[in-house]
Design a protein around this ligand. Structure first.
Ligand SMILES: [Zn+2]
Length: 502
């Protein structure tokens, strides 16, 4: 299938560039320039030929995703010919719809590289309203804390709780076969109804809950359904406070009843909230009270990934991917993987096509915020102006900003910047994640003497974590991006005070 003289890495690079539409001539031109720059041929990859790239381009152009007229047969044929991309496949049965788990070799490598000893997150609802076959994505976070998809799961319908165990064990076994030492630190879910017991059983790690999807939906609808900034800020603040209270262990469904009574004038949003969210809040309340909350940075990364996948998958007027599973699977395994592969490729800036929307990736809002200097922040009464944008409810992820990104319900860099700035200056309360972490430690400190072993272990672990954070932020703190450590220090001071009161 491919020329044996070039490395797997170069083969993947050529295919990825072709998949996103870079012409053969441009690929060869850039390649020849780099060989010339290094003073001539020095390794096997330098022997890449025009003919080889042209053949690959022709193969891609001629390939059809429809291997059979019948979509179900076509999926079966695709699975047969792509065994190394499939970690799980179950055809339709009397009780269950088909379920397919895709993971390319490159995705497996990323899962090992960025997942071991770190976090894995599930984006469980992509395309549920638009695609005939919705997608669940498993992502890891790279060194910029950007999400990279390491597996996709496709099915005509995902039941609320029953599907997870079907594919999870197969994925875990695949990774462990490649690297027997691989172990997760935590698994982030975005749906309270997922099978948490199965996740804990398979991955043997803690499970965290991420609230980004709900916050995003509330935010988007507040912006859409209320025209006054003042009202938007008021509603968002009230919802944020309720969620915060719930995470701290108090607050219940009645809090939302009161919220609806107090804001009955905002009819359009209240009708939406009552119909869509109120019936679901019970399971969310249980999850928020029992599981640790994922950090704001992880939430920003998941939101960014979800938007990125939307742009990349739905950028073309592609009727087939909406209707046929074979075309969707094919696009994910070729073009979409190519975009994510190229995000990690350091030579991507040499191609002007990179600046097209669907390819350009950039930083998450949280990381972008770190590039905004503190001098660009001006306090205006209860609001804060960041660059040219006014942020209402500053210091919280329930802030409201009028920029384009914020108008669509996203956590924008202006809101993130104010959160980081407030933490750095010790002006805001620590994040819920940190409060929960501290609470966990305090609970350990309260252990009776018989359990002093556990307590001692917990304390030394906390000290170790603090040292690791200090070392990491010490390295990167030169650019003023030390908000994590500052938050830790501010919060630890509070924790010491709390502990004295125990
Ligand atoms: Zn903004």
């Amino acid at each position: 299938m491919y020329a044996p003289f070039i490395s797997e890495d170069l083969r993947l690079r050529v295919l990825s560039l072709l998949h996103v539409g870079i012409p053969v001539e441009t690929i060869m031109q850039r390649h020849n320039e780099s060989v010339e720059k290094q003073g001539g041929v020095s390794n096997r990859d330098d022997l890449l030929t025009h003919r080889y790239v042209r053949i690959q381009e022709r193969n891609i152009r001629r390939a059809s995703c429809e291997l059979d007229e019948d979509d179900d047969i076509s999926i079966g044929l695709w699975v047969e010919s792509h065994q190394n991309h499939v970690f799980f496949y179950e055809d339709f049965s009397d009780n269950d719809p088909f379920l397919l788990g895709i993971q390319t070799e490159w995705q497996l490598q990323q899962m090992i590289r960025f997942g071991s000893g770190r976090l894995l997150a599930l984006d469980s609802r992509f395309g549920t309203n638009k695609l005939k076959y919705p997608i669940q994505s498993l992502v890891v976070f790279n060194s910029d804390n950007k999400a990279i998809p390491v597996a996709w799961i496709i099915s005509p319908s995902f039941s609320t709780s029953g599907d997870t165990h079907r594919w999870m064990r197969a994925l875990f076994n695949r990774v462990r076969t490649k690297d027997p030492t691989w172990k997760l630190a935590g698994f982030i879910i975005d749906n309270p109804l997922l099978d948490i017991v199965a996740i804990r059983e398979v991955f043997q790690c803690s499970v965290l809950i991420c609230f980004w999807r709900v916050r995003h939906a509330w935010h988007k609808n507040i912006m859409k359904r209320c025209s006054s900034m003042e009202t938007r800020a008021k509603l968002s603040k009230a919802l944020g406070q309720i969620v915060k209270d719930i995470c701290k262990g108090f607050g219940a469904i009645e809090s939302f009843d009161k919220f609806m009574e107090d804001n009955v004038n905002c009819r359009s949003f209240m009708d939406y909230f009552k119909a869509v969210w109120y019936p679901r809040m019970g399971s969310w309340i249980t999850a928020l009270k029992t599981l640790p909350l994922a950090s704001q940075e992880s939430s920003a990364a998941l939101e960014f990934y979800h938007n990125q996948l939307k742009i990349r998958l739905l950028n073309e007027n592609d009727y087939d991917i909406n209707q046929r599973a074979d075309c969707l699977i094919n696009k994910l395994g070729t073009k979409i993987q190519a975009y994510f592969w190229l995000d990690e490729y350091e030579g991507k800036d040499d191609f002007s096509r990179y600046w097209k929307d669907e390819w350009a990736s950039g930083l998450t809002a949280w990381r972008k915020a770190r590039t905004i200097p503190n001098a660009d922040i001006v306090t205006e009464g209860e609001r804060v102006k960041v660059v040219d944008h006014v942020v209402w409810n500053p210091g919280s992820e329930y802030a409201i900003c009028g920029c384009d990104w914020g108008e669509k319900g996203n956590l924008c860099e202006h809101v993130c910047k104010v959160i980081q700035y407030f933490r750095e200056k010790g002006l805001g309360l620590p994040s819920i994640s940190l409060l929960q972490y501290n609470q966990g430690l305090i609970n350990m400190l309260k252990c009776p003497p018989a359990n002093s072993f556990i307590r001692d272990h917990a304390v030394s672990l906390a000290v170790w974590v603090n040292e690791q954070l200090s070392a990491q932020y010490g390295k990167s703190g030169r650019n003023g991006d030390s908000d994590g450590r500052d938050e830790m220090v501010n919060s630890c001071t509070r924790m010491e005070v709390d502990a004295e009161l125990c």
